[in-house]
Design a protein around this ligand. Structure first.
Ligand SMILES: *Cc1c(COP(=O)(O)O)cnc(C)c1O
Length: 413
């Protein structure tokens, strides 16, 4: 069971919705910090543990600054994400550059920033060399193919466009070494929104095996393995968060069974999780415009999939709280919709909720990752503001809402 409480009381939440223009995303700083600390603490036995926060999950420098203060790095996949990390004061090897189909100028920027460059393909060694040069430290993204099956969300690795195959792995490292690389790392990303901890443990086993293989076959000793992201969050109230302490203890066991006897200790273990770091601590605060009765009953909000795409895109569940109606029985069945001219612009379908009226404040949970970030301007919808609920209880804007002028700013007439 996961609790679906709000970070503020009903009265404060209503006041906030009355004061600020809805809709907006609200991020809970205290909870983000506590969660980041718990993650790091769970892996405190790992030499040099670090989570490189996947910037794409919530690309706001104020969020990155908070995470930097908690010892996190940044995982970037594009030039703007590199620049965003720089703005937040995250530099050098505190950045993992895990991109794919990368243009030369992005490699050049990552090289100049001395970020850890994680190559997605064996042919990218040449692209990188031509664009900037081969850095001392190089990492490859490993795709295990049929040696391992991905989870339902990320799919079957054989079908994935990412990474270096099992066969290509040794030639890739050999080539990088020949061209001057001196320090090496190995990365993979085979899960997404996974709640089963055994998945993460098996990922560690897979990376440890490849670390041993690289040592035995090429005499290459890895500095670190990057487990990728993909740790899920309990979007549904009946789901449980992954037990990180258990995962950590199982990985420690494997480390002692595999890495230590192979003489590869110390080997750093790092992650690049986004969702589990900020996801549960973001809230989309919205107001009900209309309650309508057609063949079904609809609650029309002042937000849309421009603010939160996941339900429309993946049919993803996001919990919904009607502020101030926690004690009212959830005996009405509604589709909770946005205002976009797309019938899949629905935050919930056939959801049991208390009776809703126009003007009610509705909070959609777990929007702290892949929420605002995925927003788009289709149907000329404007993306909302982002606010942070600070540790002292005050609320600070960290991104203003878009205006019509923003929308028109790229037009040529
Ligand atoms: C998206 C992504 C992540 C973060 O995934 P989460 O599910 O948010 O933890 C990490 N690494 C890579 C390469 C990604 O594409």
């Amino acid at each position: 069971m996961s609790n679906k409480n709000l970070p503020l009381g009903d009265k404060e939440m209503r006041t906030l919705a009355d004061t600020l223009e809805t809709p907006f995303h609200l991020y809970d700083e205290k909870a983000i910090r506590e969660n980041a600390r718990a993650f790091t603490k769970a892996f405190s036995w790992v030499p040099g543990f670090k989570n490189y926060y996947a910037v794409k999950a919530c690309p706001n420098p104020e969020i990155l600054k908070i995470l930097k203060e908690e010892g996190f790095g940044a995982d970037c996949s594009s030039l703007p994400e590199l620049i965003l990390s720089q703005k937040a004061g995250i530099n050098g090897e505190d950045i993992m550059f895990t991109s794919n189909d990368t243009p030369p100028e992005e490699f050049k920027k990552a090289y100049e920033m001395k970020a850890v460059i994680n190559l997605d393909d064996i042919t990218h060694i040449e692209t990188l060399q031509k664009a900037a040069g081969i850095p001392d430290l190089i990492s490859f993204r490993y795709n295990p193919g049929s040696d391992r099956t991905g989870n339902a969300i990320i799919g079957n690795p054989v079908e994935a466009k990412y990474g270096v195959t099992t066969e290509q792995l040794l030639p890739a490292y050999a080539k990088a070494k020949e061209l001057g690389a001196k320090r090496f790392a190995l990365h993979t990303m085979v899960a997404s929104n996974e709640l089963d901890g055994t998945y993460i443990v098996e990922t560690a086993r897979m990376l440890f095996s490849q670390a041993i293989r690289l040592q035995e076959e090429l005499g290459i000793r890895l500095e670190f393995v990057n487990m990728g992201g993909g740790i899920g969050i309990p979007y549904r109230p009946d789901q449980d968060a992954m037990d990180l302490l258990w995962v950590s203890s199982q990985i420690k066991k494997l480390y002692e069974e595999m890495i230590v006897p192979a003489g590869l200790d110390p080997l750093r273990i790092v992650f690049e999780c986004g969702r589990m770091v900020t996801g549960p601590y973001g809230y989309l605060v919205s107001r009900v415009r209309h309650v309508t009765k057609k063949y079904k009953d609809y609650v029309g909000l002042d937000s849309s999939m421009a603010n939160l795409m996941r339900p429309a895109l993946y049919g993803a569940y996001h919990h919904i709280t009607v502020v101030g109606k926690g004690d009212v029985p959830a005996n009405h069945t509604y589709d909770v919709t946005g205002s976009l001219c797309e019938n899949n612009d629905k935050f919930a379908i056939d959801r049991q909720l208390p009776e809703i009226e126009s003007g009610d404040v509705v909070v959609i949970h777990d929007t702290g990752a892949h929420g605002h970030a995925m927003g788009f301007n289709y149907n000329a919808k404007l993306r909302s503001a982002e606010y942070i609920l600070q540790e002292d209880g005050s609320v600070r804007m960290i991104r203003r809402a878009e205006t019509i002028d923003d929308l028109f700013s790229t037009l040529t007439s």
